[in-house]
Design a protein around this ligand. Structure first.
Ligand SMILES: Cc1cc2nc3c(=O)[nH]c(=O)nc-3n(C[C@H](O)[C@H](O)[C@H](O)COP(=O)(O)OP(=O)(O)OC[C@H]3O[C@@H](n4cnc5c(N)ncnc54)[C@H](O)[C@@H]3O)c2cc1C
Length: 446
């Protein structure tokens, strides 16, 4: 008889994992704390979106869902940087047809739940994991109608950044597993830019960024021509911060000083700021994602990261494809989860670090002419020498190069870019011969 596999948490990662298991012919039961979001959608009228890239797309492809999922997305081809005087600069992300895909988080979750159900996953909503007995392999849920205890043989914790499953792994008697949450010194608020009477108010093909040093506004298109805006700002501090921007006049001053063009497009941003919640961002690390040869953490439960590389969900989807590959090699879950733990944890630490670095890049450096020159040089190297050069951004976003490897190659490439850009005033002055010789004389990125 097939082992009793249980998933706790039917967010983005848990629901994709359920589809992948079912498509591989493996029975699975899923428990989710919330009511079925397809029936009780709290996000109606608001669209919180995120970006899907190579690793996420691969997960969807393995589940046989790519074509249908792409119909829910908007193609995003680069960054558009907005300066205070409303001047804009477009920086393409990749080469040729390479792009990122913006998708509504709730639409994707509903789509994956539908797919999991259609594939035969046994879904149970309104089941909040309360406690775990790792030795007896039992979990207890709290429900309106009273607690319910369920046995499992293998359990996958996909219950998000505040994971109860992770909590159980770090707190059982004599546990040597340690976790940590490093909070970012900035929080965020989500805002909304409606579609204009004549169409989208910004170009839908770009991720819009208003970099302002210690704070940043971002806009990402939705399928209907509206945009989700995210304002990232320090929690505290004497400049603009969530502590100092509270009243209507303080919010008006913030937008008039830093984002006057955005305010002109949607004066209602002020009221939205005053009414919408302020949320925190953090990096979760855990010294092991597995325990008792029978439990594995996946997605944010194992490795929540800050969103500045757009890789949180993408890396969670990669957890699913890697773990399934490991299982298919050995047909032994205990072995597969140990191998997954060994392979993926260093990669998760690498993308966590790179996402934190990108916070500085996005809020501060993208508007700097020297940075923009460097990006153009990078783009020219990729275009002219595709055999020899892929930027770190492209490796993370358009390939499935392991994150830790992309990080290591990126460090070497930084030195090369330092050399090429040191005496450069414009991308037209780049000597392709010098670049070629430097690229050919270094060890190829393996
Ligand atoms: C502002 C912002 C922007 C982002 N942008 C991007 C982006 O562009 N690209 C990207 O790849 N990622 C992005 N992310 C990250 C992405 O949202 C997460 O990585 C992703 O949602 C993680 O999915 P998950 O399934 O692991 O966790 P979650 O989506 O948090 O799902 C966890 C599920 O577990 C359930 N649950 C919780 N506790 C229990 C319990 N006790 N019992 C049962 N069920 C439980 C929850 O109800 C939920 O359904 C962004 C994040 C933020 C905050």
């Amino acid at each position: 008889m097939a082992p009793n596999l249980v998933i706790v948490g039917a967010g983005l990662v848990g629901s994709l994992w359920a589809v992948l298991l079912r498509k591989a012919g493996i029975p699975v039961t899923v428990f989710e704390k919330r009511p079925d979001p397809r029936k009780a959608n709290k996000d109606v009228g608001r669209s919180i979106n995120l970006v899907v890239t190579s690793r996420g797309l691969y997960g969807l492809e393995c589940a046989g869902l790519l074509e249908e999922a792409l119909k829910l997305t908007v193609r995003v081809k680069g960054r558009e940087i907005h300066s205070r005087d409303a001047h804009t600069v477009f920086q393409p992300y990749g080469q040729a047809n390479e792009c990122n895909y913006s998708i509504s988080r709730s639409a994707l979750n509903h789509f994956l739940l539908d797919a999991a159900e259609a594939a035969g996953a046994d879904l149970h909503f309104d089941h909040a994991l309360d406690s775990m007995d790792l030795s007896r392999k039992e979990i207890t849920f709290s429900r309106e109608e009273g607690p319910r205890t369920v046995p499992y043989e293998f359990l996958f914790g996909t219950d998000g950044a505040g994971s109860r499953v992770r909590n159980a792994l770090t707190r059982f008697p004599k546990s040597e597993i340690k976790d940590s949450i490093e909070w970012l010194d900035a929080d965020y608020k989500e805002l909304f830019l409606p579609r204009g009477p004549q169409g989208p108010l910004l170009s839908p093909e770009a991720l819009h960024i208003w970099p302002r040093g210690s704070l940043m506004l971002m806009a990402l298109a939705n399928l209907d021509g509206s945009f989700t805006l995210t304002l990232y700002m320090p929690k505290k501090g004497s400049g603009f911060s969530f502590e100092t921007v509270k009243t209507q006049s303080e919010v008006e001053k913030l937008f008039q000083t830093e984002f006057p063009d955005a305010l002109q497009l949607a004066p209602e941003l002020i009221q939205q700021y005053l009414g919408n919640p302020q949320s925190s961002l953090g990096t979760v690390r855990c010294s092991s994602w597995t325990s008792h040869h029978s439990v594995a953490l996946m997605g944010d439960a194992a490795h929540a990261i800050v969103p500045f590389f757009g890789q949180g969900m993408n890396s969670g989807f990669e957890d699913c494809t890697v773990l399934l590959e490991k299982y298919q090699e050995s047909k032994d879950w205990a072995k597969a989860i140990e191998e997954y733990n060994e392979t993926q944890r260093p990669n998760a630490n690498a993308i966590a670090d790179m996402a934190l670095e990108n916070w500085v890049e996005m809020r501060d450096r993208v508007g700097d002419p020297a940075f923009q020159l460097r990006k153009k040089v990078e783009w020219l190297l990729e275009k002219n020498f595709p055999e020899h050069f892929r930027s770190r951004y492209a490796m993370i976003t358009y390939t499935r190069t392991p994150y830790a490897k992309a990080q290591a190659i990126g460090r070497k490439q930084d030195k090369l870019l330092d050399t090429l850009c040191s005496d450069l005033h414009s991308p037209e002055d780049l000597s392709l011969e010098k670049a070629k010789s430097l690229l050919e004389n270094r060890k190829p990125p393996t």
